[in-house]
Each structure stands twice: as structure tokens, then as C-alpha cells.
Design a protein around this ligand. Structure first.
Ligand SMILES: NC(=O)c1ccc[n+]([C@@H]2O[C@H](COP(=O)([O-])OP(=O)(O)OC[C@H]3O[C@@H](n4cnc5c(N)ncnc54)[C@H](O)[C@@H]3O)[C@@H](O)[C@H]2O)c1
Length: 323
């Protein structure tokens, strides 16, 4: 049975939601985070927190051994695409060497399961609907570091008889129904930007490009609610542990939503005059990408709970108002 779980990056946006779900399911949670982009206020009170960098191999190993960690969920990473292009060394060090160092800390310990946060950014552009065997060819340096980390994890886990699960998240949005946690960082996140605007007096929702070859000219994404993502972690962890199996899974709703549709959903939530401002296309934006999620559905008999754009939008606005 899974008891003690170490979450790297557990003070971040997704990690805090995963902690909440796992604690609800009576797991003991240990968080290793250097707080570089994480926040103390997102750390669950029932979790044990260690302020530590994943590159500190000995310290992490100590935490694993002393707390009898049986499973690791590895989220700690840098993830801003534009920053990765400007500073590839930082991204290589944190995302690739950091993963290597963490794995080394797990060697010959009680760790039996390893779950890794990967991304849709590993896939080749222009494939529209991608399944796990679609062509891998990351456009961004960030995507390159993630696929490199995936390979290192697979090799290491096979050699050390650890079950692994690689989860390739699509676009994550929303906040927990508990109202206690949500997205704080002001990185380039569509739902975050729109939520911040919509609570202003005269909101302006900026979209980049309305002349793409899509249904309404704006880019198309597969947005998935962060709470559904968190529950996927709980379920896949139980499953790989039970089956003693390893797997790679796309995490999305298999549904394309355009950026313009998101803007309109935000507009619907207020009586204020909202301006939708169309700007030039941004370099590097994928036109459309959607997850084929059949493998995920089959593996954990997954039924998403928040597969509804208005629900996601409302949860973002609620969080922004509280925050
Ligand atoms: N947010 C998304 O839409 C999205 C999509 C695909 C994949 N992901 C992946 O999900 C994971 C979590 O993303 P998030 O959105 O929660 O970001 P986040 O920045 O909120 O969380 C990352 C956490 O990792 C910590 N961290 C970073 N480097 C560390 C290090 N060397 N040692 C210890 N802690 C470190 C940060 O302090 C932060 O708390 C990342 O691996 C990211 O690549 C996110």
C-alpha cells in the first residue's frame, strides 16, 4: 500500500492541488521545494515541508530514507517557455540535472513508484490531436528538457525496478473548490491574465492572433481543470503500484477550446464593458493541440469532474477575488 509520498515542487500551483487530494485520501505528504516559484501559503498544513533544492542529492536522500518514502511525484521544474529560450542553461540544470539528482537520491531506498510531470510541449507542432505515440519534436527548449528528463526517468526506473508514470499535461487552469489554493505566479497564463483583468474596472482581454486556420481564427488548446489533474495523480499512483507497471499518459479532455471562446466565457461572467483586444500573433505559439486521452481513460477508468469551461472560468475568478 502507498503511504508516504514525497512531492517535489509541492509548494507550487499544481503540487499544492495534488497535496490536497492526496491528503484527503489519507496519504502522508512530504514536500521538497526551494520556493523559487512556489509559495509558503500554498503548502498544505498537514504536509511536512522541507525547504530544499532537488539538486541537493544528499539532503533529499536523507528525507526519503528517514520518512520511509515509497512514492515520489516530481513536479519541481522551471516552466516558462520564453525564459527557457533566453536562459537554456538554467533550464537544463534545473529540469534535467535536477531530475537526475533526484533519481540518484531514490536509488536503493524504499521508493517503488515515480510519477513525473511532463508536458504537451514535447510533441511536434501541427499534429492537432496527439496520442502518446505521436511524433515527439519539442519546439521550445523547455519541451526539450522535459523529454530528456522523461528518457532519463524511464532508463533509471527500469534499471532499478521502480514503477513510473509519465504524465503529459495539456493546458492546466482553474483552482481548487476548497478556495484555499490557486495560481499565484503572474507568468504568461491565459486564464490568470483574464482573471486579473476581469476584476478591474475596465477589463481588456488580450488575444494574440485571430487569423489562424481554426474555427474562429484564434489558437486552440485542450484546457484541463487542475483538480482533475490532481485526482489523476492519486489514481495513477495507486494503479501503477497495484499492477507493478509503468506507463506514459496524456492528460487532457480530448476537447479543443479556442482562446476567443475563453475570452467570451470570461466576458459572460460580468456586467462590465469588456474589451477583447486582438494583437499580433506571438512567435512560437502552437496553432492547435488537443490530447487524445483514450489511454488515460482506460488505465484509470477516468471520468473528469470539471470538464466545463464555465466551471473553470468561475473557479479562476473566485480565486483571483480572494487572492
Ligand atoms: N502549469 C501548467 O500548465 C503545466 C503544463 C504542463 C506541465 N507542467 C509541469 O508541472 C510542474 C508544476 O508546474 P506548476 O504550474 O505547478 O509550476 P510552479 O512554478 O507553480 O511549481 C513548480 C514548483 O517547483 C519548485 N521548484 C523549482 N525548481 C526547484 C528545485 N530545483 N528544487 C526544489 N523545488 C523547485 C518551485 O518553487 C515551485 O514551487 C512542472 O514540472 C511543469 O513543467 C505544468
Amino acid at each position: 500500500m502507498i503511504k508516504n509520498i514525497l512531492i517535489t515542487g509541492g509548494a507550487g500551483y499544481i503540487g499544492s492541488h495534488i497535496s490536497e487530494v492526496l491528503i484527503k485520501n489519507r496519504k502522508k505528504i512530504f514536500i521538497a521545494d526551494n520556493l523559487s516559484t512556489g509559495h509558503k501559503r500554498l503548502i498544505n498544513k498537514k504536509a511536512k515541508f522541507f525547504k530544499v533544492d532537488i539538486l541537493k542529492n544528499k539532503k533529499i536522500r536523507d528525507i526519503i530514507v528517514k520518512n520511509k518514502i515509497d512514492s515520489v511525484i516530481h513536479l519541481a521544474a522551471n516552466l516558462i517557455i520564453s525564459e527557457g529560450e533566453k536562459n537554456p542553461k538554467k533550464y537544463f540544470r534545473n529540469n534535467v540535472l535536477g531530475t537526475k539528482s533526484l533519481l540518484k537520491a531514490c536509488e536503493n531506498t524504499g521508493v517503488k513508484n515515480f510519477v513525473f510531470s511532463s508536458t504537451a510541449a514535447v510533441y511536434k507542432d501541427g499534429q492537432y490531436k496527439v496520442h502518446e505515440k505521436s511524433v515527439i519534436k519539442p519546439k521550445s527548449f523547455y519541451g526539450k528538457t522535459k523529454i530528456k528528463a522523461e528518457k532519463i526517468i524511464k532508463r533509471f526506473c527500469k534499471r532499478n525496478k521502480i514503477n513510473y508514470c509519465i504524465l503529459r499535461y495539456f493546458n492546466i487552469a482553474g483552482s481548487s473548490p476548497s478556495g484555499k489554493i490557486g495560481l499565484i505566479n503572474k507568468s504568461d497564463h491565459l486564464f490568470k491574465n483574464f482573471s486579473r483583468e476581469i476584476i478591474k474596472k475596465r477589463p481588456i482581454l488580450k488575444i494574440y492572433g485571430d487569423n489562424y486556420n481554426t474555427k474562429d481564427g484564434s489558437c486552440i488548446r485542450d484546457f484541463i481543470h487542475v483538480y482533475d489533474i490532481a485526482e489523476i495523480h492519486y489514481k495513477v499512483l495507486e494503479k501503477i503500484n497495484k499492477l507493478k507497471n509503468s506507463i506514459t499518459l496524456n492528460c487532457g479532455y480530448n476537447k479543443g477550446i479556442s482562446v476567443l471562446e475563453v475570452a467570451k466565457a470570461f466576458k459572460k461572467q460580468t456586467l462590465k464593458m469588456v474589451k477583447i483586444l486582438v494583437l499580433k500573433r506571438r512567435k512560437g505559439d502552437l496553432v492547435k493541440i488537443i490530447a487524445s486521452n483514450n489511454k488515460l481513460k482506460k488505465f484509470i477508468k477516468w471520468k473528469p469532474k470539471f470538464n466545463n469551461l464555465n466551471l473553470i472560468v468561475k473557479s479562476c475568478i473566485n480565486w483571483e477575488k480572494r487572492h
